[in-house]
Design a protein around this ligand. Structure first.
Ligand SMILES: Cc1cc2nc3c(=O)[nH]c(=O)nc-3n(C[C@H](O)[C@H](O)[C@H](O)COP(=O)(O)O)c2cc1C
Length: 411
């Protein structure tokens, strides 16, 4: 059940007599914690009303490419396709399956399917002879080859009065198969990560602090990507300037200072034995030695501030973690930075340093993009182009995934 919690499901409903069962499918998915948006073909509306599915899903139902009631408005099929973690077409008619194979765009649902970047699952429903027709068999084969997962129909009595295969799988089986399928799509299921992100704030007094320009975007993108791959992520976050996806796999602990971050991270390490530690937080090296209590008046502000060193959080975590744990650090350079990254690799006992440099336009703090090098050692440095921080997170997650699956075998 937990696999579906927080998953975004676009449910496509088509013009089959079994469309009435889509109400139960919505209920099963919503009960399991999924966020469901329904797209109906015009044919489906002959069998069940948008009001029913809208009420059960808690969201307006989309059906037409353009909205006649609002002149000049159209339904954003691209947005819907990109929103979903999966598009589930249930029931899927022979007509819509053929449209998917041909890449037709003559219903909103078909255009959503053409735009979708996420995986697609179909649950066919039709009369026995339609299901066993060579055209339908060939269409389902083609869809399978393209990576579409097919939930086979049941055998039994059909609406036509015939007996045979073609009955839409029961809503409960659809939910169970979808859950199992999500599991196979989550290669890092059950593995744990510890990610530090953001800039700790070191108080000068109750309102003033020493900090830096880090937003936490890169660390958050990594936490989100790992959670999407099935990991449970302890995200120890300094004050962030961005939102974090509300994903059940992300356990967020908010902290203010480096000392608090250190304590929270060490606690998560001891309690949860992560498979990988990723230190992305831009931890201040120093903090004011004697923060002033309350808000200091302007006239009481000191002319000089004594500073003391903060703990090296990542080095401390890596020293305490077992050898089997993968240890990844981030380094921000203002020049080439390779030499410093190699030194950090050894000094902090890291397996990998992700190096970004202020010398590269669009890289580092404050940007939505980053340009990184993965420094594995003097003989292996992988350079990447400038890309979004989400894409950098995907590259790093690929490395983490292959290292974890290599060292421990698949979970
Ligand atoms: C009463 C009735 C029941 C139907 N049941 C099915 C069905 O179970 N499976 C199917 O593939 N087509 C069925 N059809 C035919 C589809 O509604 C028709 O092919 C339609 O064009 C499908 O369009 P859509 O895929 O865009 O919803 C049925 C038609 C009627 C009138």
């Amino acid at each position: 059940m937990a696999m579906l919690k927080g998953r975004r499901v676009v449910l496509g409903v088509t013009g089959s007599i079994a469309a009435y069962k889509s109400a139960l499918i919505v209920r099963e998915l919503v009960k399991a914690g999924a966020d469901v948006r329904v797209v109906m073909t015009p044919g489906a509306r002959e069998f069940i009303t948008p009001l029913t599915l809208g009420t059960l899903s808690g969201h307006p139902v989309h059906s037409e490419l353009t909205d006649d009631r609002k002149a000049g408005m159209w339904t954003d099929h691209v947005e819907l396709g990109l929103w979903g973690d999966v598009v589930l077409v249930a029931p899927a008619t022979a007509h819509t399956l053929a449209g998917m194979v041909e890449g037709r765009g003559d219903s909103l649902l078909l255009t959503v399917l053409l735009s979708a970047k996420c995986p697609v699952v179909v649950a066919p429903a039709m009369d026995r002879d339609m299901f066993t027709h060579p055209a339908t068999t060939a269409n389902l084969d083609t869809l399978r080859q393209r990576g579409v997962h097919v939930i086979d129909p049941d055998e039994g009595e059909l609406a036509s009065g015939l007996e045979g295969k073609g009955r839409l799988a029961e809503p409960e089986r659809i939910r169970v198969e979808l859950t199992a399928w999500f599991r196979t799509q989550s290669p890092l299921l059950g593995r744990r990560a510890l990610v530090t992100a953001g800039p700790p704030h070191e108080p000068l007094d109750a309102v003033r602090f020493l900090g830096n320009r880090s937003t936490g975007r890169q660390g958050v993108a990594i936490a989100e990507e790992l959670a999407r791959r099935g990991m449970v992520v302890d995200l120890i976050a300094g004050p962030l300037s961005i939102e974090v996806e509300d994903h059940p796999g992300i356990h967020r602990v908010d902290v203010q200072t480096a000392l608090e971050m250190d304590t929270a991270a060490q606690q998560a390490l001891a309690q949860n034995a992560p498979d990988v530690i990723i230190g992305t937080a831009a931890v201040a090296d120093v903090r004011p030695a004697h923060p002033i209590e309350g808000k200091a008046a302007k006239s009481d502000l000191p002319h000089a501030v004594d500073l003391v060193a903060n703990p090296d959080i990542l080095a401390g975590l890596n020293a305490a973690a077992p050898e089997s744990c993968l240890k990844i650090g981030f380094a921000l350079a203002h020049d080439d930075g390779t030499e410093a990254a190699l030194r950090k690799l050894t000094a902090k006992q890291c397996d990998l340093i992700v190096l970004n440099s202020l010398a590269d336009k669009g890289a580092g703090f404050g940007h939505k993009t980053n340009q990184v090098r993965f420094v594995h050692g003097p003989d292996r440095i992988d350079s990447f182009d400038l890309k979004s921080k989400e894409a950098v997170a995907t590259d790093l997650a690929d490395v983490i995934q292959s290292r974890l699956l290599q060292s421990n075998g698949p979970s």
